[in-house]
Design a protein around this ligand. Structure first.
Ligand code: ATP
Ligand code: MG
Length: 569
């Protein structure tokens, strides 16, 4: 490709709405152009990186025995009504009607469509296991599209769906995808962790998220410094300490805490660390019930754990008016003593004694509170968010914390869709059985963006070779110089001949501008063809990731570059 004939509209400035590096650089290098909120055109340079990731994904999916198909973006409401998700999905599902007033939605994921295919085409256990995948455009009407391709509304996803008869083979299908994902993200050159994720009702460790480590990541994750354990904080288990609580030494005493509502305010006011306080959260469940949840002052509630424990359809923080009704005091002064609702507590509260709690009275707290003596907890459970420094739930190590971008997700679905939609086969006894499903997604655009989050410097992108839009940039330093032009053209032609993906910067730009753009667009290898080097029959090679310059003989430069590229794939 010739730069002069290519469409690579680089920008000096980042757009105002680009908060994170990948969004800034993808816009500045003209990889994407925004069409509407969360909706982008993939420009030629960006599309090349997208296609590279797709190809790696396709290779590894095929290698793992999955079969490619392509399902439609427009999904009939009928299928979604059958699964029950037409009602449940909420506003992320973009719904529309055709000219006959038939309802449709844009597929945000394809369990319904794929289950429909399988129930109509697979009827014997002999056709199993089956794994169908596609690389396709999804639409989710995200409430807050942002960060460019990281959280778009229209985005490309690889989604795969496995179908098995037996649990054991379903687990194998899952394991195959898990391993394929590891290879995919390794091949993309990413620093990632596969973390245990919440799998809701299914339980166990049958959901893993693949997280690319990056400061801008939206997810908090922890991993052990001593073993392989890694988990999303939404899911991370907390090791239950068996140390008994110290014996109570204080009596319950009401103290005045005027206007001190938050844990930080009360702790500062009483000159105590937050871990000497217990916070009482009043939550409301879908069964209309109010529940008090106790947590150590410095700990945060994990809403997913609470939800899983209570098992109701939803759980929300109670409205202020409900809190007043339940506690007799405004929000900020709730406490467990004399409270007329169910009380559940995080395990760590069990290790506490002589702590501070709200007194269910405006501007008052209790000090010297103790379990059992002053109030009774119905149930202790793991209800809090893990934090760095916690003990590992699997070994004696400590948990480390960081942020991650979720690029992939593997999930064992079980028979949820096959049962509601009637995807069954006959087993070897002739008995009809619901298929056990798994679903496996990778965000293609998000993977490219995550790679840029990890691979850049202040001058621009530093592409890892396997997903670089081009492998080699040939900078024709002074196009007006015949010798330079001829040598560059020759090298360019030779590289093309060898199958190297090369961009020839043949623009009439000053060398400084060419180098600046070369750094910005980040092609892994830059070869500079200049008059001075040519006098010695040489060209200059510089890797984008390094600072060393190496001279190559023009005669053999193409072959040398070809082997450097091949070694980096
Ligand atoms: P998130 O928690 O980030 O919303 P999700 O749990 O909704 O993700 P899945 O439904 O598991 O995501 O989708 C599979 C993959 O699709 C994700 O791992 C992610 O890489 C990608 N993905 C999901 N939503 C988006 C989006 N809005 N924009 C770009 N990629 C996305
Ligand atoms: Mg989502």
């Amino acid at each position: 490709m010739r730069y002069s004939q290519y469409l690579l509209p680089t920008l000096k400035e980042s757009p105002a709405d680009a908060e994170i590096v990948s969004h800034q650089l993808m816009t500045r290098t003209g990889m994407v152009r925004k069409v509407a909120a969360g909706i982008y055109s993939y420009m030629p340079f960006g599309l090349r990186a997208i296609r590279k990731v797709e190809q790696i994904v396709r290779d590894e999916m095929n290698r793992a025995g999955a079969i490619e198909c392509l399902m439609p973006m427009a999904n009939p409401a009928e299928l979604w009504q059958e699964s029950g998700r037409w009602e449940k999905y909420g506003k992320e599902l973009l719904r529309f009607k055709d000219r006959k007033e038939t309802e449709f939605c844009m597929g945000p994921t394809h369990e319904e469509v794929v289950t429909d295919i399988v129930r109509n085409t697979v009827n014997s256990y002999r056709q199993l296991p089956l794994n169908l995948y596609q690389i396709q455009t999804k639409f989710r009407d995200e409430i807050r599209p942002r960060f460019g391709l990281m959280r778009g509304r229209e985005f490309i996803m690889k989604d795969a769906y496995s179908f098995d008869l037996e649990e054991e083979s379903a687990d194998k299908s899952y394991e195959k995808m898990y391993q394929a994902y590891r290879r995919i993200f390794e091949r993309c050159g990413l620093n990632f962790r596969a973390v245990e994720a919440d799998s809701g009702a299914i339980g166990g460790s049958f959901s893993h998220e693949f997280m690319v480590l990056a400061e801008s990541g939206e997810d908090a994750i922890v991993s052990c410094d001593g073993c392989q354990y890694a988990a999303n904080v939404e899911k991370a288990e907390i090791r239950v300490s068996d140390a008994p609580a110290p014996d109570p030494a204080q009596s319950l005493e009401k103290v005045s805490t005027p206007n001190q509502k938050t844990i930080d305010e009360v702790a500062a006011f009483l000159k105590l660390p937050a871990n000497k306080l217990v916070k009482t959260l009043i939550v409301q469940t879908s069964t209309e019930e109010l529940v008090a949840v106790l947590l150590r002052g410095d700990h945060e509630l994990n809403a997913i754990k609470l939800h899983n424990l209570l098992g109701t359809e939803w759980v929300v923080m109670a409205e202020d008016a409900e809190v007043v009704k339940a506690t007799g005091a405004p929000t900020g002064f709730a406490g467990p003593v004399g409270l007329g609702v169910r009380i559940i507590a995080d395990n760590d509260v069990r290790q506490m004694s002589d702590f501070v709690i709200g007194a269910n009275e405006q501007d008052a707290h209790y000090t010297g509170a103790n379990l059992d003596r002053d109030f009774v907890v119905e149930k202790f459970a793991d209800l809090r968010q893990a934090v760095a420094g916690d003990s590992c739930p699997r070994c004696d190590g400590k948990l480390e914390g960081w942020r991650g971008v979720e690029v992939g997700h593997v999930f064992k679905l079980g028979t949820k869709y096959s049962e509601t939609m009637g995807a069954t086969v006959l087993d070897d006894q002739g008995k009809s059985r619901a298929l056990i499903m798994g679903c496996y997604g990778i965000g293609i655009g998000r993977t490219v963006a995550a790679s840029i989050e990890q691979n850049h410097d202040e001058n621009g992108i530093i592409w890892p070779m396997p997903i670089a839009p081009f492998q080699v940039l040939v900078a024709m330093l002074t196009p007006k110089d015949d010798a330079v032009r001829e040598a560059s053209e020759k090298l360019y032609a030779e590289l093309l001949e060898l199958g190297v993906e090369v961009l020839l910067d043949d623009r009439n730009e000053r060398p400084g501008a060419k180098f600046k753009d070369a750094d910005l667009i980040g092609i892994p290898l830059r070869v500079t063809v200049g008059a001075r080097g040519l006098k010695e029959g040489q060209v200059e090679l510089k890797a984008r990731a390094g600072s060393d310059i190496e001279m190559l003989a023009l005669e053999t430069a193409a072959a040398s570059l070809k082997s450097i590229v091949a070694a980096a794939l």
